[in-house]
Unconditional design. Structure first.
Length: 270
C-alpha cells in the first residue's frame, strides 16, 4: 500500500534539503533524473568503491559468468558514449557540491544534515551514523520483492531466471543490506519482447517517476511513516553466475536487442 497524504508538499518550494548518494552511470542517471529536477539537492556523494582499475575488473570477472561480464562491460561502454547523462555533470551544471567516497568511513565523515537522503545504485553499505544525519533517514530503491532477492543485480536475477514480473521496493535503510522500513512496492510485468537491457531501463524509468510521490508522502507523514506488510521469503543473491546464464538461454531471453538503442535514445529525450 502506498503512503497517503492529504496535502502533498513541493519539497523544492518548502526548502527541504534532499541529499543524494549514488554510483554514477547511465542507469543511475535514468533513475535519479526526476528527483534531481524536482527536489532541492544539497549535495551529491558519488561512490568510488568499484573503480575501473584492472584489479577490480578482474575481481568482478572471477565472480560472474563470462556472458554477464561481457554484458556489464558493454553497458559501461554505452555509459561512456552517453557520458553527458550523468549525476556528476548534472551537479556541476547546477553548482551542487560533489563528494566521493570509497568506504563506509569516508561516507560517515561527510557531514550533511538533510530532510531526507536518497540512494541511487549506491554500492557502499550505508552505516547507521550516516543515516541518522538526515531527519527521515536514507531512502533506497531496490528492484525486488524485499526481503527476496536482496543483494546484487536483482533485475538480472529476475529476468534471467524467467520471471514474468518483478517488484520495485522503496524503503528506508537501517544499516543492513537491503533491509529497513518498506514504504511502497510496485509490480512490473516483463514483456516478452524486452531484453535485459530494456527491462532494466523500463524499471528505472518507472521508479524515477514514482519516487517523487514516495519522497513527498514520506515528508508529509514524517511523524507517522507507516510500513508495508512484508510477506515474502528472504533470499540473497550475489553476482550473476553461469547457472543463471543457462536459465536465461532456457527461457529464450537476451541481454540486448538492436532495437534497444532506439529505445534508449527516445527515453533520454523524454
Amino acid at each position: 500500500m502506498p503512503l497517503k497524504t492529504n496535502s502533498i508538499i513541493d519539497a523544492k518550494q518548502s526548502n527541504a534539503l534532499v541529499g543524494v548518494i549514488a554510483g554514477d552511470n547511465l542507469f543511475t542517471y535514468i533513475l535519479a533524473r526526476n528527483a534531481l529536477s524536482k527536489f532541492k539537492i544539497s549535495s551529491v556523494v558519488l561512490s568510488d568503491y568499484n573503480s575501473g582499475s584492472v584489479k577490480n575488473i578482474y575481481s568482478i570477472f572471477k565472480k560472474t559468468s563470462l556472458p554477464y561480464f561481457c554484458y556489464r562491460s558493454a553497458v559501461q561502454i554505452i555509459s561512456k558514449i552517453y557520458s553527458n547523462f550523468s549525476i556528476k555533470k548534472w551537479a556541476r551544471k547546477n553548482d551542487v557540491s560533489i563528494f566521493s567516497a570509497k568506504s563506509k568511513k569516508e561516507l560517515s565523515d561527510n557531514k550533511k544534515s538533510n530532510e531526507i537522503t536518497i540512494a541511487f545504485n549506491f554500492d557502499i553499505i550505508v552505516p547507521t551514523d550516516f543515516i541518522k544525519q538526515s531527519k527521515l533517514g536514507v531512502l533506497n530503491i531496490h528492484a525486488s520483492n524485499i526481503p527476496s532477492d536482496r543483494g546484487i543485480s536483482p533485475v538480472v536475477w529476475s529476468y534471467c531466471r524467467g520471471d514474468n514480473k518483478l517488484c520495485i521496493t522503496y524503503y528506508l535503510m537501517d544499516g543492513g543490506i537491503d533491509t529497513g522500513k518498506i514504504l511502497k512496492k510496485t509490480w512490473v510485468e516483463i514483456k516478452k519482447e524486452w531484453s535485459l537491457f530494456r527491462t532494466y531501463c523500463e524499471v528505472l524509468d518507472l521508479a524515477s517517476k514514482e519516487l517523487i510521490d514516495v519522497v513527498e508522502a514520506t515528508m508529509n507523514n514524517s511523524n507517522n511513516v507507516s510500513a508495508v506488510k512484508d510477506d515474502s521469503e528472504s533470499s540473497y543473491n550475489s553476482w550473476p553466475d553461469a547457472k543463471l546464464h543457462k536459465l536465461l538461454k532456457k527461457s529464450n531471453r537476451s541481454y540486448f536487442h538492436l532495437s534497444d538503442f532506439a529505445y534508449l535514445n527516445k527515453l533520454l529525450k523524454s
